[in-house]
Design a protein. Structure first.
Length: 247
C-alpha cells in the first residue's frame, strides 16, 4: 500500500507533453487562412461576373432612347490593310486590272494584210518561246545581240491567250487568233506613225506579173560583158573535156 501511495504521489508523465500540444495546432491556422484565400478570390470574381450579367440585362431591358445610327458605308479593302487577301480576291483584282488596261481593238487591215495573219497557234510553241525568253540563256542572248535585256510579257501573253482559246474551234477560234495578231501588229507599228520595214521597202499593192521579176538589165560596161562571155566559154570547154574523158 505504501508503494501505491508513493507511486500516486509522482506527477503523471502525460502532463509533461501538454506544452507540445499548442505547437501542433499552431500551423493549422495559417493553412486555414491559405485555403480561404482562393475561395475568397473566386467568390469575388463570381460576384463581379454576376453583377456584369445583371448590368447587361438591365441595359437590354431599357427601351432605346434614340434609333441606332446607320451603318457606315462599305469600304473597299486594299492590300495595305491588316487583312490578308485571299487567292480569289487577288485573281479578281488582276482580272479587273487586265480588263481596265485592255488596249483598243485594232481596225481591220487591207485584204492582203488580212490574208497574211495567222489563224493557228500552238500552245507548246508559245510556252517554249516565253520560257526561253525568261531563262538565263535567253537573257544572255538578248544582251549579246541587242545590248540590253528583253521584256517577255508579250510572249507570256501569247501563251495565256492560247490557253484561253483552246476550248474554241472552227471559224471562231481562227477569228480570235487573227484579232490577237492584228492587235500585236497595231501596237508595234501603229497606224503608220511608227517605224516599219515600209520605210525601206515599198509595199506592193498588186500581184507581180509572171516573168516580169528580175527582168530589168543592170548597168554594166563592155569589158564586164566580155569577161562574162569569156568565163562562159571556159566553162563550156571544161565541160566538153569532162564529157570526152567520161569523168
Amino acid at each position: 500500500m505504501g508503494w501505491l501511495w508513493s507511486s500516486s504521489s509522482q506527477p503523471p508523465p502525460p502532463q509533461e507533453e501538454q506544452p507540445t500540444a499548442p505547437s501542433l495546432e499552431a500551423p493549422a491556422a495559417p493553412t486555414a487562412q491559405q485555403a480561404s484565400t482562393p475561395n475568397d478570390s473566386a467568390d469575388t470574381q463570381l460576384q463581379e461576373f454576376l453583377q456584369l450579367i445583371h448590368t447587361a440585362g438591365d441595359e437590354s431591358s431599357k427601351p432605346p432612347s434614340s434609333p441606332p445610327p446607320p451603318p457606315p458605308p462599305p469600304t473597299t479593302t486594299t492590300p495595305s490593310e491588316d487583312t490578308k487577301p485571299s487567292v480569289l480576291s487577288w485573281l479578281s483584282q488582276k482580272a479587273k486590272a487586265a480588263t481596265n488596261n485592255k488596249p483598243d481593238e485594232a481596225p481591220i487591215l487591207d485584204p492582203l494584210s488580212e490574208s497574211l495573219l495567222p489563224t493557228e497557234m500552238g500552245c507548246a510553241q508559245t510556252f517554249e518561246l516565253a520560257w526561253s525568253c525568261s531563262s538565263l540563256g535567253g537573257q544572255f542572248m538578248s544582251m549579246y545581240r541587242h545590248g540590253n535585256m528583253r521584256q517577255c510579257s508579250e510572249n507570256w501573253d501569247d501563251f495565256w491567250f492560247c490557253m484561253r482559246t483552246r476550248a474554241y474551234s472552227g471559224p471562231v477560234k481562227a477569228d480570235l487568233i487573227k484579232q490577237h495578231y492584228r492587235n500585236k501588229a497595231y501596237r508595234k507599228y501603229g497606224g503608220g506613225d511608227k517605224p516599219s520595214s515600209e520605210d525601206v521597202w515599198e509595199r506592193r499593192t498588186e500581184k507581180v506579173p509572171l516573168g516580169s521579176a528580175f527582168s530589168t538589165p543592170l548597168p554594166v560596161t563592155e569589158e564586164e560583158v566580155n569577161a562574162a562571155r569569156e568565163r562562159m566559154r571556159e566553162e563550156e570547154r571544161k565541160a566538153s573535156i569532162r564529157d570526152a574523158e567520161n569523168i
